[in-house]
Design a protein around this ligand. Structure first.
Ligand code: NDP
Length: 314
């Protein structure tokens, strides 16, 4: 059977991918978007989204993603459930494998594969996270729900320090659970945390369990030097132990930093390979917001459109 050839392939279905699709479809690039294993991406795992412009009353993450999908489809985007499992970006045309079985080719590709938050892996963490029970990996998204309450955050990098500081402005008390006797975060961020009166740092501490049937009611923490256990009476549990960009299949082809974030020419979505554009969280370790992802998705589509109009393709 002949391989399917696509003009503009979009990989990933978060705000970056769908926004790229809206622009690409309106520019008549006939985009085909493969959703990946989590259609809608990270936002489908959050509850209320109150910081996406245009929704004065807020919207749930899953609803927002359904709206973005519908908008992309309205202009003719083909949205398909499937995973791109292999990519040969230097081939001409570029070659891809879908679900390990079907080969397709494309003139241009917009990569919007996102990043996945890392989790501790505790059973109750997963259960309460899935039930929107007060376990979150995004303080900026969910901190508001814990206004005036006590919360805990685990992690000791810049993200954890930044999010602890953010939470301290909303919450009564923030416990920061740090597994070693020092933090990885920059000195400036550490000082900010240490000088915030309502943040208590628990050094050498690990999370043993998260309590609560429907919602977080407490967190059991163990000191890994003394063995002492303590239950923190908190209603929110934030995990900030890093993100992993979903870029493994592009290794050895695209330039990425040591953490795997794709590198683009600043002010554009261009990667080191012509016709390959990277947008959203897979190329952004700093902002990681739905709206910044959406904005970069627009850039990706405009860059792809210009690329296709250029002499090399036609
Ligand atoms: P990092 O990888 O830098 O830090 C992860 C933190 O989580 C570390 O302190 C690590 O502990 C801890 N951790 C990892 N696994 C576990 C676990 N199982 N249990 C408990 N703790 C755990 O991730 P970040 O998201 O903080 O930062 C990613 C990158 O983004 C960094 O380069 C950072 O500098 C950058 N960044 C910059 C910001 C800024 O400049 N404003 C803001 C946010 C991020 P340990 O130290 O013991 O390994």
């Amino acid at each position: 059977m002949p391989k399917e050839h696509i003009t503009c392939l979009i990989i990933g279905s978060g705000p970056a991918g769908y926004t790229a699709a809206i622009y690409a479809a309106r520019a008549d690039l006939k985009p085909v978007l493969y959703t990946g294993l989590t259609p809608g991406g990270q936002l489908t795992e959050t509850t209320e989204v109150d910081n996406f412009p245009g929704y004065p009353k807020g919207i749930t993450g899953p609803e927002l993603m359904e709206d973005l999908k519908a908008q992309a489809e309205r202009f003719g985007t083909h949205v398909r459930f499937g995973m791109i499992t292999k990519a040969d970006l230097n081939a001409n045309p570029k070659r891809f494998m879908v679900d390990e079985t079907t080969e397709i080719t494309a003139d241009t590709v917009i990569i919007s594969t996102g990043a996945s938050a890392k989790w501790l892996g505790l059973e109750n963490e997963t259960r309460l996270r899935m039930n929107a029970g007060g376990v979150s990996a995004c303080a900026v998204c969910d901190g508001f729900f814990f206004k005036g309450q006590d919360v805990a955050i685990v992690g000791a990098g810049d993200t954890a320090a930044e999010e602890a500081t953010y939470l301290s402005k909303l919450c009564k008390k923030v416990y920061m659970i740090v597994r070693r006797s020092e933090m990885r975060a920059s000195k400036a961020m550490q000082h900010r945390v240490e000088n915030t009166p309502n943040i208590e740092i628990l050094w050498n501490s690990e999370t043993e369990d998260i309590l609560g049937a429907e919602a977080v009611e407490g967190v059991v923490v163990k000191n890994n030097t003394s063995g002492e256990k303590r239950t923190l009476n908190v209603t929110g549990f934030f995990v900030a132990i890093g993100h992993k960009p979903n870029t493994d299949i592009f290794k050895d082809q695209l330039t990425m930093d040591e953490l795997g974030y794709l590198q683009v020419i600043p002010g554009s979505s261009k990667t080191n390979i012509d016709g390959v554009f990277a947008v959203g969280d897979c190329a952004d370790k700093t902002y990681r917001q739905a709206v910044t992802a959406a904005g970069s998705g627009c850039m990706g589509a405009l860059d792809a459109e210009r690329y296709l109009a250029s002499a090399e393709i036609h």
